[in-house]
Design a binder for this molecule. Sequence first.
Ligand code: COA
Length: 209
Amino acid sequence: MNAFDPAVFHCPGFFIKAAGAPFERAGAAALRRRVFVEEQKIFEHHDRDAIDDVATCLVALSTYAHEADEVVGTVRIHEAEPGLWWGSRLAVDSRFRNVGRLGQQLIRLAVSTANGRGCDRFLAHVQMQNVPLFEKLAWAVEDEVVIHGVPHALMCADLASYPPFADPESGWLSLTRTGRGRAIPVSLPACHEVPALLPPLEQIHRGAA
Ligand SMILES: CC(C)(COP(=O)(O)OP(=O)(O)OC[C@H]1O[C@@H](n2cnc3c(N)ncnc32)[C@H](O)[C@@H]1OP(=O)(O)O)[C@@H](O)C(=O)NCCC(=O)NCCS
């Protein structure tokens, strides 16, 4: 918590994991809607498709008092044919971009999870503005295509850079980088108001004397 402004919260860490609980799946769906329908306007009403029926949904969860709080990032992976995996619908909540390398960590969990499940080749259609980010993470451009009216690069991950990860259900806890974390305004929970209801300290001390 910011000592000077209690309305500004620095999230100390994020869980990066496969979605399990209903709130994680619902949060991922809501985040995708915010990003791909409302923000990017790629879809008119919703971005769900048949791949959601077979895909594994991965999420980044913010934390509050050491507990998972909110879905702030997501991506999905699926095996289209034996050995061939795809990643899609990568999205990080706009308040949490460039905060905790959530996009990069979701990509890492996506490819390493697939690698742990027998992936031979991992592909994604990447929006052009994100190509440098993927190249930095050992992906290579193979082609250029237009999908839903938006130019994309077909990119392939270098699997050697993504060791197999066997336990996506547990995932990992990622601590926010010091000096990089951005202040995130939050509406304070009710418990933060309790001290204001207590009498001032001097009054308590006077009463005890
Ligand atoms: C793309 C997206 C998922 C990235 O999420 P994020 O959590 O902000 O990403 P990260 O913090 O992990 O990585 C950002 C990094 O990429 C770099 N980066 C971002 N855009 C870049 C660009 N155009 N060129 C070069 N580097 C870029 C940043 O400098 C940062 O690098 P650093 O951590 O080494 O300083 C997020 O911006 C998003 O949800 N965008 C809207 C939806 C979208 O475009 N989805 C992807 C469809 S392919």
